[in-house]
Design a protein around this ligand. Sequence first.
Ligand code: SAH
Length: 254
Amino acid sequence: MRFFVFTIFPGYFDCFKNYGIVSKAIKSGKVEINTVNLRDFTEDKHRTVDDVVYGGGPGMLLKPEPIFKAYDYVKTISKNPYVLITEPWGRRFDQEFAKELSQKQDIVIICGRYEGVDERVKSIVDEEVSIGDFILSGGEPAAVVIMDSVVRLIPQVLSEEESLKVDSFSDGLLGYPNYTRPPEFRGMKVPEVLLSGNHKLISLWRRFMQLKKTYEKRPDLLEKAVLSLEDKKMLEYIYKGKNFEDYLKGEKIA
Ligand code: SAH
């Protein structure tokens, strides 16, 4: 997958490209993150990328010409890139959106700055994307958020240990709680079941805890999640404020 990020601050992405999973994915050739400096597509000696807003009002706008020229340039490399623009009123970015984007070959992300971009730029845009109901000073942090979450969904980017399947949202629920050594720390114990070595019991406990966490923190997600009969039974216990042990007794499992 190739990203082409249109920005007036290409250096902004240096740090992002050099750490962790993203850096590994770039080194192994699974992803390219190309910054396209809009100033390289200007013609005046000041390399002007912005201009005043027609009709008056505060601030400046990104001019259309450098963005269209940068787009023409990308089209010489990629036949049919999917074009995103960061906008606070865009489609809300979430895991589903990230999954859709991870299927694309080439993605352009246009990062707005100042008051935003000239409206005519929308003629080359496939989707407007927002990372939440707040105002950033530019699209670059949004582009980083988008690329980071898409990169980890590209096949073979994550190793088995970092498997996607246990991530929150991957199956419509939040993830289960995890512990590492030591088994007791400052009086806080790792749940007994996790030390039991009983894999069937552990996976039941994890599912129960996923459902419980989702119910407590994001009940809205339960409405859309695909739930098995067993999940629904667990939820009956959770709704009544019962714990995993109660569920086990009721179920006579393990
Ligand atoms: N004048 C605009 C805000 C401009 S903020 C307004 O009133 O809505 C400058 C740029 O930051 C935007 O063009 C956009 O590219 C980016 N941006 C700001 N908030 C964002 C958000 N929540 N999600 C994605 N991009 C955002």
